[in-house]
Ligand binder design. Structure first.
Ligand code: PEP
Length: 255
């Protein structure tokens, strides 16, 4: 388990799942199951059209609702995009940026991830910044180089003050939605490597305070072992965040 100087964060990434009514039903189901479990922050990141219903259902509970992406411009001719100002206007505090599905299917690069991160931070939001290697990179033994490069590029021009609002989600791409999970040792090693890069960029004291989650097929069966590692400060959870009992078991593993 991580030291007391950083917060454990268990976040769900609903991806393209849940209509507003389904999100309301899900939050109403899970709310009593996680009530009082305050040793970690609990967040669900929802599709844009579902955010409002989820926030209403979560009001007054220990569950926070976030978004799954944000554009870097404030407004303008960017069809299909949503700005940080818009998300702020409806009370969204957290946003996932740089998820591998955005990078893989929608052309996100470290440059756009950096722009989106800076825009979200400038608007007072908290960012869950996703990064991680693909299978070929792990097999080639260059995982550390890949995550170091992503960390440096994605956080370029983000100062130590702004970094207080950044959570990093280490998500090996080969483990996302595949049922393959990094071993606790692999997760610990790579999260530790990311922390070393942060120490080079911001100093060791600052690096020690950054929450670094693991994501990639985390579930009720493997969460306890992963979360027991000192550099794994929580989880970003896809599939298991759609099932109240599984997600609650992960929250319990973090208590
Ligand atoms: C994710 O979408 O960030 C994720 C980790 O998905 P899953 O838990 O389904 O692998």
């Amino acid at each position: 388990m991580n030291p007391a100087n950083r917060r454990t964060v268990i976040a769900g990434n609903w991806k393209m799942n849940f209509t507003p009514d389904e999100a309301t039903a899900f939050i109403n189901e899970i709310k009593p199951m996680v009530a009082g479990k305050d040793n970690c922050d609990i967040i669900f990141c929802a599709p844009y059209v579902t955010i409002d219903a989820a926030m209403k259902a979560a009001a007054g509970s220990n569950i926070k609702i976030g978004a799954e992406n944000v554009h870097y411009e404030e407004k303008g001719a960017f069809t299909g995009e949503v700005s940080a100002k818009m998300l702020k206007a409806i009370g969204v505090e957290y946003v996932i940026i740089g998820h591998s599905e955005r990078r893989q299917y929608f052309g996100e690069t470290d440059t756009t991830v950096n722009l989106r991160t800076k825009a979200a931070l400038a608007n007072g939001m908290k960012v869950i910044l996703c990064l991680g290697e693909v299978k070929e990179q792990r097999l080639a033994g260059i995982t550390n180089e890949v995550v170091a490069m992503q960390t440096k590029l994605d956080l370029a021009d983000v100062d130590a003050e702004a970094l207080k609002n950044v959570i990093i989600a280490y998500e090996p791409v080969w483990a996302i939605g595949t049922g393959l999970t990094a071993t606790p040792e692999q997760a610990e090693e790579t999260c530790g490597e990311i922390r070393k890069v942060l120490a080079d960029m911001y100093g060791a004291d600052v690096a020690e305070t950054v929450t670094i989650q693991y994501g990639g097929s985390m579930n009720d069966a493997n969460a306890a072992e992963l979360l027991a590692k000192p550099n794994v400060d929580g989880g970003l959870i896809g599939g298991a965040s759609l099932v109240a009992s599984k997600f609650t078991a992960i929250v319990d593993a973090a208590q």
